[in-house]
Design a protein around this ligand. Structure first.
Ligand code: UDP
Ligand code: MN
Length: 349
């Protein structure tokens, strides 16, 4: 009696195990994924998991990316690559573009760019947009905002998937100083009203310029400034800062780090919003007292960057000038101002 009871329990146990095994075999496989690796490419054998497949592939690429061994004893020695507050100064040869891109591809980043094309400056837009398509954050989400008083004259430029352009109408102006001055206000409003969210960066660029080389993820940072190509060999006392103490853009003789460009700056939305707000309110407060800084918002930007140090500094590779011959430390020109006839294109020269 006792023995047959024991046998009965064993049979029930074995049957349950067998049933569980069958259930696992039957329902198990669709939940598992098989990884097939061949020629550095791999696919998940599961037709309905393409997004998952892409995410894993990105991680795979990142972890298995082959690139030259980094060194802390070899590298560029002809230029300074860190500021005294330890912000990187980006020069060709100091970064690995593929590595940086693969890092940022893990994050869902997008980059906005603002460009003003008021009055005759619309003529520069085509070249700007076409070369941006070729060199500016290729492979990433890019949204270009064009501020213009001539929306009908905005050229049609074919853009790659993930890239788009929005035209925002602005009033015309008879003074270029005013166009320049309003840029900060419009950038502030654009960020406040249209561009909120994480993983977003913005660059504010002059339209009378074009791209000649990569400008990408190496330029990303909280607050990003570009060194002006005209003054970086000079003593700070020669910098064209605003020198009247009455102005809110004032920088004293013995102050200032670098002379930065007004034609290119950027960073995270939060940082650029703060910058735009501050420069705008200082500019407007100056105007009320009848003061216009030497180089309008460029002067205010320079004052701002002196007080609030940029977290990344871009070398003059990021805004050269076409009329200047290339200095030997400039291994690549990425973006540069075109030669223009001020008398011809500005409403008041
Ligand atoms: N700008 C404009 N229309 C004008 C004057 C200036 O759209 O009539 C914009 C344009 O984006 C230009 C920027 O303001 O790139 C700065 O002016 P500009 O390039 O003339 O200054 P520079 O680089 O010569 O100091
Ligand atoms: Mn310019």
């Amino acid at each position: 009696m006792q023995a047959s009871k024991g046998r009965c329990v064993t049979v029930i146990l074995l049957t349950t195990l067998l049933l569980m095994g069958m259930l696992y075999v039957y329902f198990g496989p669709p939940l598992r994924k098989e990884v097939v690796i061949s020629n550095h490419e791999f696919h998940l054998v599961s037709p309905d998991h393409q997004r998952w497949d892409e995410r894993i592939k990105k991680l795979w690429d990142y972890n298995h990316l082959r690139y030259p061994q980094p060194s802390i004893v070899k590298g560029r020695t002809d230029v300074v690559t860190l500021t005294p507050w330890l912000a990187p100064v980006v020069w060709e040869g100091t970064f690995n573009p593929d590595l940086l891109d693969s890092i940022y591809q893990q994050q869902d980043i997008s980059v906005a760019a603002t460009v003003f094309a008021v009055g005759k400056y619309i003529m520069f837009l085509k070249n700007f947009l076409e070369t941006a398509e070729e060199y500016f954050f290729v492979g990433f989400k890019v949204h270009i905002y064009v501020f213009t008083d001539r929306p009908d004259e905005v050229p049609q430029v074919k853009m790659a998937p993930g890239r788009q352009l929005t035209v925002l109408p602005v009033p015309s102006s008879n003074r270029w100083q005013e166009i320049s001055a309003r840029r900060m206000e419009l950038i502030q409003k654009l960020i406040e009203e249209r561009l909120q969210g994480h993983g977003k960066y913005i660059f504010c660029l002059d339209v009378d310029s074009k791209f000649h080389g990569r400008w990408g993820t190496e330029s990303l940072g909280g607050l990003v400034a570009v060194i002006h190509p005209g003054y970086y060999w000079d003593p700070r006392s020669n910098f064209p800062y605003e020198r009247r103490p009455q102005s809110r853009a004032y920088v004293a003789e013995e102050e200032g780090d670098f002379y930065y460009c007004g034609g290119a700056f950027g960073g995270s939305l939060e940082e650029v919003l703060l910058l735009a707000k501050t420069c705008r309110s200082n500019f407007e407060a100056d105007a009320k007292e009848g003061i216009e800084a030497a180089w309008q918002e460029e002067s205010h930007l320079n004052r701002y960057m002196w007080i609030n140090k940029p977290s990344k500094v871009l070398s003059p590779e990021y805004l050269w000038q076409d009329f200047k011959s290339r200095n030997s430390e400039i291994h690549i020109i990425r973006f540069s101002g075109v030669v223009k006839n001020y008398a011809e294109i500005r409403p008041n020269a």
